[in-house]
Unconditional design. Sequence first.
Length: 484
Amino acid sequence: MCGVIAVSGSHNSPYEVYFGLMNLQHRGQDGGGILTVDNTRTGGFQLQRGSGLIENVFSERSFKNLKGTAALGHSRYATIGRDDPNLLQPFLDYGTGIGLAHNGNIVNFYALRDEIRESGTPPRALLESDSALILHILADEIGDKPLTTEVIFQAIRICMKKLVGSYAIACVTRDGDIFGFRDPHGIRPLVMGRKQTPEGDIVSAIASETVALSFLEYDELEEIQAGEAVHISSKGVVTREIIDQQSKSPCMFEWVYFARVESEFNDVSVYHARFRLGLILAEHVKKLGIEVDLVVPVPETSRISAVAIAEALKLPFREILIKNRYVNRTFILEGQQSRKEAIRRKLFPIASEFKGKRCLIVDDSIVRGNTAQQIVKLVRQAGAKEVILLSSCPEIRHPCYYGIDFPSPVELIAHERTEAQIAEELGADRVIFQTVEGLKEALQQNSICAGCVTGIYPTDIESGKQFATKRLIDRQVPAKHSSF
Ligand code: SF4
């Protein structure tokens, strides 16, 4: 998962991209980059990329070089080559004058890469990055043609024919234009917006989430549709075309965990979706006749669902699992043991409030179960009489091939286990998961990707199995998700 943002039409574009990335930081913390375009001079690209959080990659001094009327940014969540600076984005193709930032995962990457490898010696990034491969396909089709809308859309058409998987892409051109496109199933989010400056100029943007554009005060926000390509000139002229739309399958995990609660995805508010997930879970708890004293959220993502559960069950809502906000990168520690210790350092229970209580502990999801197991232990040590875990998300039993980092079924706590077995494994009195029907109802979508829950995926995944296996071998430090 990554965050992308492109802005065109303002000398503030580099700053807007920077502040946009700050609002997309939750989508990736491994590194980031900004590419700027000054279309008044030839070769007017400036690129800065670095590892770590956006605020550490860029300083005030960075913006002495990063000037232009268009800019493109990326915050990286690495699924492969985490520490490799060559894989940081945006990528730039000097030949065509196109910069690209990608969020998603190309399932048939290895097959496509091998085809390219057979025809010559590709650059190193191309061998390891599906995003570099997308830029390569675009550049190959465009060649030395002028960067008109027609030429760009034809190159996107070729991309959509070749690529299998998830891709939400933002690009900038040497002319200071921006363009974006989204895979035919719309698995990852992509939105666009525009606004008018006090001087009357039109500024346009494309970004992963509405929160980034709302923060920057864009006022005409629109979803880029599944399979749609959008080209926006530096003067703000917008051209849109549905290139190849198939059954819409937005990733359910965006609402459940990944997206910022202030965002909207597929025109459904993340906040409201999480609230409804809680209400539906509460109904389930009522039907089971479970009696408890408190509802406790696992910070941060589950808070909205937990509020809904507490309201619906008329129970006290207590934030008594306290997060140390300065310990937030559990995944940088190698090995299972040190990861567990990091989780323990990250969360602290207020023992006096847990003592003798029957507690409903609400989390957004239970994936590997490391966090859940530690939380149950902490809460029991704090004196809780009964611990029932509620998950806003159904059981994750299958890999994700579209960019979320849980590739191997054997790592998943729900893989080939019943609810009772999961509870036993986690040390809880009971574990209750959201149902798939409840999930669909809460997200208000006719069709979603819930492949990691059902094992039914919107695209062919056969070639992705090779990728998942390679990732598993490459990976030394698997967990990135707070609940993993
Ligand atoms: S498999 Fe799961 S995490 Fe991956 S895109 Fe589909 S719903 Fe999202």
